[in-house]
Write a protein that binds this ligand. Structure first.
Ligand SMILES: Cc1nn(C)c(C)c1/N=N/c1ccc(/C=C/C(=O)NO)cc1
Ligand SMILES: [Zn+2]
Length: 369
């Protein structure tokens, strides 16, 4: 198995400012801090573990590239792109669009490289240069909508790559699987009426965006039944995530039979993440990765692209990323050093209320053709 890998040092230069999650504000008690929850150090540490562990020697390095305005505007409005260009040129930068997603000067260059890198990895996989691949990009993209950024996301990297695959690479049927712990609202909205793109989001129920990602949101018009939300209850561990992978994600992909699978790969379901309340360990991410690999082998010639989304534990995200990319490459170079701790604290059995939610969504798989 040849697995592509993409990282560029400038992804570690994305400036998320001196806030925590909220901008510093003495009147509200928000003290400035060196590391915003979305500080790029978490992803840089993941890259460095991939290198130090030796895993990088088993991977094929794919070069990043910058998305053109034409490629960005397959998803985003020109006004959104132009605003990001304008604010990115300011000495103190600007905001992705929701007032809590700050970025520094030069952010457009970094975010356009992230979107272009999702395209580059997709091109490499579709061309057969590599069998599958992991694009470790920053900032994340899966909350971004055509007209605005949201939740630390500027451009919807995964949606831009999917649109490119259809418009340029001759791919017709694409599945987007989003296992970031926050709802993949962007792809859901962008492809809501499009039956050629199946969007599946496995996330913590109503964590972020507020009241988003409900089971009832199943796509509209011609796209009805081609959006699948799996809003997991708070406190789900490996057992619940593995059950969701095997009961919903695998069967839905088998029913849809995509020619390409793109994963919005967020590691914030991890048991040490500050921005959600799930308990997933590397075991859960390995099962998720195996599930999409099996589906890609069945219908897509193995064509599978993972693009980095969220994940905010600088301690555990590196191990989750390592295990995921090891699984893509079919190698094992280093154990999860934290599994004895995070795997031994309980929460990994499948609970009845968790099974009930997953089974409720599994009933929809029969509507996918
Ligand atoms: C601020 C604020 N104010 N309020 C009322 C709410 C509910 C706020 N949450 N902000 C958030 C919460 C979570 C994220 C995660 C993003 C991610 O990792 N996506 O994958 C981003 C912003
Ligand atoms: Zn997230």
């Amino acid at each position: 198995m040849t697995t592509g890998y993409l990282w560029d040092e400038i992804f570690g230069w994305h400036d998320t400012g001196s806030g925590t999650l909220f901008p510093a504000d003495p009147d509200l008690g928000h003290q400035p801090i060196s590391h915003h929850v979305a500080h790029p150090d978490t992803k840089r540490r993941m890259h460095e573990l991939i290198c130090v562990s030796g895993l990088v020697d088993h991977l094929t390095r794919i070069a990043p590239r910058t998305a053109s305005v034409e490629e960005l505007t397959r998803v985003h409005t020109p006004e959104h792109v132009e605003r990001i260009v304008r604010e990115s040129a300011q000495p103190k930068g600007g905001d992705a669009g929701d007032g809590i997603s700050p970025f520094g000067k030069g952010a457009y260059r970094i975010a356009a490289l992230g979107a272009g890198s999702a395209i580059a990895m997709t091109e490499a996989v579709v061309a057969g240069t590599v069998d599958n691949g992991y694009a470790l990009v920053n900032p994340a993209g899966h909350h971004a909508l055509p007209e605005t950024g949201l939740g630390f996301c500027i451009f919807n990297n995964v949606a831009i790559a999917a649109k490119h695959a259809q418009a340029v690479l001759g791919i017709e049927r694409i599945a987007i699987v989003d296992w970031d712990v926050h709802h993949g609202n962007g792809a859901q909205a962008i492809f809501a009426e499009d039956p050629s793109v199946l969007t599946i989001s496995l996330h913590q129920d109503r964590c972020f965006p507020p009241n988003s990602g409900l089971v009832e949101e199943r796509g509209t018009a011609a796209g009805e039944h081609y959006n699948v939300n799996i809003p997991m209850p708070v406190g789900c561990g490996d057992g619940a995530y593995q059950y969701a992978a095997r009961t919903v994600i695998g069967p839905a992909l088998e029913a849809f039979a995509p020619e390409l699978i793109i994963v919005a790969s967020g590691f914030d379901p991890n048991a040490m993440d500050p921005l959600a309340r799930q308990l997933v360990t590397t075991r859960g991410f390995i099962t998720l990765t195996e599930t999409v690999m099996e589906a890609a082998a069945r219908s897509a010639g193995g064509r599978l692209v993972l693009v980095q989304e969220g994940g905010y534990s600088p301690v555990y995200v590196p191990f989750c990323g390592l295990a995921t990319i090891e699984t893509l490459a079919g190698v094992h170079v280093m154990d999860d050093g934290l599994l004895p701790v995070v795997g031994g604290m309980g929460g990994h059995d499948l609970e009845p209320h968790q099974k009930e939610l997953v089974d409720r969504v599994a009933a929809f798989v029969g509507d996918i053709a």
